[in-house]
Ligand binder design. Structure first.
Ligand SMILES: Cc1cc2nc3c(=O)[nH]c(=O)nc-3n(C[C@H](O)[C@H](O)[C@H](O)COP(=O)(O)OP(=O)(O)OC[C@H]3O[C@@H](n4cnc5c(N)ncnc54)[C@H](O)[C@@H]3O)c2cc1C
Length: 468
């Protein structure tokens, strides 16, 4: 019988690595997490990226998936300091006539803003929203616990997002929907491009689109604290380059992409194990320190945590289709978060933070500063006078912050076509790698991108199944 230092080593401390470690520790396993960075948390880190006193989210900022995560819901994260802050308006989508359409946690309030088409499409999913998320946020295929809700979800998710927008019968509703659907980082004209947006909309009506008080780092901190309370260990500044560097363990769980795993595992993995795995498009992000609140023309934007800048559904579809086809969009869809509107711990008194990014082709070196700022000019003229400092993060810098974001891909791999569901390869046990004792738990595995920890949870379930 070989002797082991640990039951499990987890490589990487993003929300999924920590979720895997917690799930294994809850099952009584001895666990150590090795993190390459100086701080834990992966995509949930907060730092003063611009000026002292301005606390920016380095990666994730807004958390519909965190607030609705079946795992986070069960863990005592509030007792470890995690406090979800709900802005008055979840999502605002300004239009060129100076008004904005809005998403609220309340379906009724949202319908007041965008009309009954919204209720027709999402109403049948929202009542059983938590059950639906239980059925969706897991490896597929599986027998759904709530088949009717799952079938209704499937009918909507399968549709191209532009088609689902048209089904709402209202251009303003379609614009709000297109902004949300664009989080899928794919063409809105292809089948299945509605899936991520439908999940995020249902999650929004179930748990809102909150942010973490103090910054997304509070999510990682709460997960780390809970892991430690269960007896787990975490060591930072421990980048893993080869399996030889690891302590002896029965299971090794990688919170990395398959490409990194292939490098680290070398010939332990059969050649070509992940040859069909594709990375997705990139992101280009800018963080601003502002001298005051954004002067949005449309009033609801001033009370919103998330703002989608892209205009009509058609404009957004064109921009996202350009990216999908490998072209740099002339007028990108810009995703904005203004955390300090609802959380005054993010900036000195009277000052504000702004987080904005757009999509562009994988690995692109295009400078999107001006196109992003032109969209801000369009909906908040005069905002430039408020800028105290800004930090620009092109795809290469995003990858520099986090080695999982290869080529600037923030979703752990393309989330479209077959790979939306079957990631990182077609398998009934997708978290288990073809190498003995090695698992993957990152957002490259089901159920995919976002801060929800469910990839880690399901990876740990696979470990527990194979190593009872
Ligand atoms: C700019 C940006 C904006 C985003 N916005 C949102 C948002 O608003 N809401 C949302 O829900 N999601 C958002 N996301 C996506 C979200 O952050 C990810 O889906 C999520 O963090 C994935 O979690 P993970 O645990 O799979 O991997 P990650 O969070 O990427 O963590 C992986 C960890 O593994 C470590 N690691 C990698 N390789 C090694 C190695 N060899 N040795 C040791 N450690 C290693 C990394 O340093 C990192 O800490 C955003 C991402 C980015 C980059």
């Amino acid at each position: 019988m070989p002797s082991y230092d640990y039951d499990a080593v987890v490589v990487g401390s993003g929300p999924n690595g920590l979720a895997a470690a917690i799930t294994l520790a809850e099952a009584g396993r001895s666990v150590i997490v090795l993190e390459g960075d100086a701080t834990p948390g992966g995509g949930t880190r907060t730092a003063e990226l611009t000026l002292p006193g301005f606390r920016h989210d380095v990666c994730s900022a807004i958390h519909p998936m965190g607030a609705a995560s079946p795992l986070f819901d069960r863990l005592p994260l509030a007792s470890h300091g995690l406090d979800w802050v709900h802005p008055e308006v979840a999502v605002a989508h300004p239009l060129d006539d100076g008004t904005a359409v809005t998403l609220h946690r309340s379906l009724d309030e949202t319908v007041v803003s965008v009309g009954h088409g919204w209720r027709r499409v999402f109403g049948p999913l929202v009542g059983g929203g938590r059950d639906l998320l239980d059925d969706v946020l897991r490896p597929q295929p599986h027998r759904p616990a709530h088949p009717l809700g799952f079938v209704r979800f499937g009918a909507r998710a399968a549709s191209p997002a532009v088609g689902l927008g048209r089904a709402m019968g209202d251009e303003r509703a379609a614009a709000l929907w297109a902004g949300i659907a664009a989080h899928a980082i794919t063409s809105l004209s292809i089948p299945l491009s509605s899936a991520a947006g439908v999940v995020m909309t249902v999650a929004g009506h179930v748990g809102g689109w909150p942010m973490a008080r103090g910054g997304s780092g509070a999510i990682g901190d709460a997960l780390v604290a809970h892991l430690r309370s269960l007896g787990g260990t975490i060591e930072c500044n421990r980048p893993v380059r080869s399996l030889d560097e690891l302590p002896a363990a029965r299971a090794v769980v990688f919170d990395t992409t398959p490409w990194q795993l292939v490098q680290i595992a070398g010939d332990r993995l059969p050649p070509g194990s992940y040859r069909h795995f594709r990375h997705g498009s990139a992101s280009f992000k800018i963080d601003y320190a502002l001298d005051g609140p954004m002067p949005w023309t449309a009033e609801p934007c001033r009370r919103a945590g998330t703002i989608h800048l892209g205009g009509t559904a058609r404009e957004i579809a064109v921009a996202e289709h350009d990216v999908y086809r490998g072209r740099v969009p002339a007028r990108p869809m810009v995703l904005v978060a203004q955390q300090s509107v609802a959380d005054d711990s993010r900036a000195p008194a009277g000052k504000h933070t702004l987080w904005a990014y757009c999509h562009l082709p994988f690995g692109s070196t295009a400078d999107m500063t001006e196109p992003i700022e032109a969209q801000l000019d369009r909906f908040a003229p005069g905002w430039r006078e408020l800028v105290l400092a800004r930090t620009v993060s092109p795809p290469s810098a995003i990858e520099g912050h986090n080695p999982n974001a290869i080529g600037g891909d923030i979703a752990g791999g393309a989330s479209d076509r077959l790979q939306l569901v079957f990631r990182p390869r077609i398998s009934l046990d997708p978290h288990r790698t073809p190498a003995e004792h090695l698992w993957l738990c990152s957002s490259s595995t089901p159920p995919g991108a976002g801060v929800h920890g469910m990839c880690g949870y399901w990876a740990a379930q696979s470990v527990l199944k194979h190593q009872p």
